[in-house]
Unconditional design. Structure first.
Length: 149
């Protein structure tokens, strides 16, 4: 699989504040804005997009490794939260990613191993972070999901 070395995005300002529409490749546009009073809260903030990006990056690499080991995954839910720094720039200082993964044949040892490998070697978003951003990845293996009717 060849990795595209050049990524391109386009942003268009929509108003006299900070509301943008952004797009990459042929995907649907996303709405990016800031909270009031600087923005109108009409889309994701840049840090929310970053939190989505870091979460999807770590989980994608975990899934790739598990599937290569023939681990059957029947579902994944991810919740993440970030704590911002109080001083400027008020980027994230802590990120907690919580993964619920549905699998009948996944072990804690396998999950620990692939999370470690993903965080330390393969997730490009985490690799770009400074050492002052702490990323914790927690998980729960769900053997049989209880469906609510």
């Amino acid at each position: 699989m060849e990795i595209n070395k050049e990524l391109k995005v386009s942003l268009v300002l929509n108003n006299d504040k900070l509301h943008f529409n952004g797009v990459s490749r042929e995907n649907e546009q996303i709405s990016i804005d800031y909270t009031p009073p600087l923005g109108d809260n009409l889309g994701y903030t840049s840090l929310e997009l970053f939190l989505l990006s870091i979460s999807s990056c770590i989980v994608s690499t975990v899934l790739i490794f598990l599937r290569k080991k023939n681990i059957v995954i029947s579902g994944v839910n991810i919740n993440a939260n970030g704590i911002r720094k109080e001083e400027h720039p008020t980027g994230l200082k802590n990120v907690d990613i919580n993964i619920e993964i549905d699998s009948e044949n996944l072990t804690n040892q396998e999950m620990d191993s692939v999370i470690k490998k993903s965080k330390e070697e393969y997730c490009p978003v985490i690799s770009m972070l400074n050492k002052d951003v702490q990323v914790a990845v927690n998980y729960e293996i769900i053997r049989e999901r209880k469906h609510v009717k």
